[in-house]
Design a protein around this ligand. Sequence first.
Ligand code: PMV
Length: 325
Amino acid sequence: MKKSDVVKNIVGDNFSLAVETATAFAPTNIALCKYWGKRDQELNLPMTSSLSVSLGDKGAKTTLSVVAEKDIIVLNETLVAEETSFYKKLTAFLDLFRPHPDFYFHVKTISTVPIAAGLASSACGFASIVLALDELFLWQLEPYQLSILARLGSGSASRSIWNGFVEWHAGTRDDGMDSHGEVLDAIWPELCIGVLMVSEKEKSISSREAMQQTVETSELYRCWPTKVMHDLSVIKEAILTKDFESLGKTAESNALTMHATMLSAWPPIYYCLPETISAMQKIWQTRADGLSLYFTQDAGPNLKLLFLKKDRDIIKHHFPNLEWL
Ligand code: PMV
């Protein structure tokens, strides 16, 4: 099954312009229980379910319109060059939504995620494009359908259609029609996330390649689905009962296990820099000293700190470089 079959399944041939310009915002999300490994490379279908929290007003705002000759992509007011992999990846995604081959998009995206925070922008980027397409062609799709379309751009984008806590159900169908996000009926305003930057360098290996290499070569990866099943139910329960210790502990353990599966891949994959390890040790020491502080880590060297609003000042004191989200 191809991506274009999924698009056809959801929107049919409905590609008549309803408006000239459409704008939409999607929040970025941080996974508390990670997505790592695909069962279908083409459709970005995951091996396991995952769960994230969206970051409110931090995300991407995309405006779509139509242009004459070729796609024009402007990111944070800078024109994206055609030779870049970013341009190629995005235009390949837009290919799925052209009414005819000579139809080109003008894509203008503004990221409200602090650039220096080094947060993955692809999740909110693809989600905001799909939300804007929904307006441009007046599809009026259900959120779960938008989540499926966003997944075709990048797996984690399927969770960026909503605010709050979102579970992405792995699903079992080959066409992925049951693999989409679902928002949890819970809010937790006291929960805070901060980014601890240790490096702004580009990641050494993309998450797509890294997860594939892990699935194919890591012995430890066999344990990952069982670990996720356990962590997912503990994290859901912790969110519902506002049990921060349980949430923090499980999210940290989940991220570390994901990195352990990569470390046992061949060739090994290790996103940590020496500064990442020092930061972890500082977090563990701060916690041993009595502060309720945990972290999670994605496919890069930076850490995302989890803590409660009441501890903001003391955490800022220990980690003055923390970027607040
Ligand atoms: O959606 P992708 O292909 O960028 O992969 C995201 C992978 C992690 O960020 C490491 C985990 C996650 O669930 O977001």
